[in-house]
Design a protein around this ligand. Structure first.
Ligand code: OGA
Ligand code: MN
Length: 289
């Protein structure tokens, strides 16, 4: 196995390992260490089946329940309908995907955010459609001391409705599903459980800071996201069908880039739930394990 770090503060490409087969504990430990160090790992050309994708996902922890709470952890991010046609740009399906073009941490609108996301490319456009990640550990380190001091102990409200309403997020779910997606609170500065490094925890689902003026604190959160997600703290991947990427939602933000509206892009994502023992978003089959 070769692990080749990028020139940025995050990201590495991993080759010489076949994820279709069960991983030895030693190989998994090497991958997990590199993941903690680099935040994002690219595995080019793996071409996994959904079952192999899920099996690799499970090595990192328990599976997370989707917003539909329907028992499947495999999420399809696709602009193709069931007959294989690219959906119109104005459709709910295409509009929902557009939300992903803003920096975010997956599931940060849930009471416990996602630990890891594993995204596989099944069909890619001829241009565009890259995914980009931002290292919010390095972003925290780059803040001046007075900002670090001010942010200490601050809590942000993250809300599904706040971030998803403009993209049809309220229309794709029923009242029962929405009942589980009430606004939640997360510290703005987090400490990573494995590395002990501190990082900013912000992004599109973060609405405002508790106890602060709504508009001012919203603008501050947006500024922290924007200024944090700058070179050399960003890493962008141009997908090829078969690639698999895993990232750490606890300390890395990501966003998708647009591609020509008339071209198909089909991605499959699995999600590892946050490690908290009483995480209500852990899939039941995994909760018992
Ligand atoms: C995701 C996501 C962006 C993309 O899978 O969680 O935000 O480029 N994807 O598809
Ligand atoms: Mn995402």
């Amino acid at each position: 196995m070769q692990i080749c770090p990028s020139d940025a503060t995050l990201g590495a490409e991993v080759t010489g390992i076949d994820l279709r087969n069960p991983l030895s504990d030693a190989d998994f430990a090497e991958i997990e260490n590199a993941w903690h160090d680099r935040g994002v790992l690219i595995f080019p050309g793996q071409n996994l089946t959904d079952e192999q994708h899920l099996a690799f996902t499970r090595r990192f922890g328990r599976l997370e329940l989707s917003i539909r709470r329907n028992g499947s952890n495999l999420g399809r991010l696709s602009n193709v309908d069931k007959d294989g046609n690219v959906v119109p740009r104005s459709s709910l399906q295409a509009r929902f995907l557009l939300g992903n073009t803003y920096w975010h941490s997956d599931s940060s609108y849930k009471s416990v955010g996602a630990k890891a996301s594993l995204l596989a490319a099944h069909k890619v456009p001829s241009e565009g459609g890259e995914t980009e990640w931002a290292d919010m550990r390095a972003a925290y380190d780059a803040l001046d001391q007075s900002m670090k001091d001010w942010l200490e102990g601050k809590i942000a409200v993250h809300s599904y409705e706040y971030s998803h309403k403009p993209f049809g997020g309220m229309e794709i779910l029923g009242p029962e599903e929405l009942k589980h997606l009430v606004p939640v609170e997360h510290a703005v500065v987090k400490t990573h459980p494995a590395t002990g490094r501190r990082n900013l925890f912000v992004g599109r689902h973060a609405s405002h800071i508790l106890g602060e003026d709504l508009a001012t604190s919203r603008a501050l959160l947006e500024r922290l996201t924007e200024e944090g997600a700058q070179s050399p703290r960003t890493y962008k991947h141009q997908w090829r069908a078969g690639d698999l990427v895993i990232w750490d939602n606890r300390c890395v933000l990501h966003r998708g880039h647009r591609w020509p509206d008339d071209q198909a892009r089909v991605m499959v994502r699995t999600t590892v739930a946050g490690d908290d023992p009483d995480n209500e978003w852990v899939m039941q089959e995994d909760a018992a394990a």
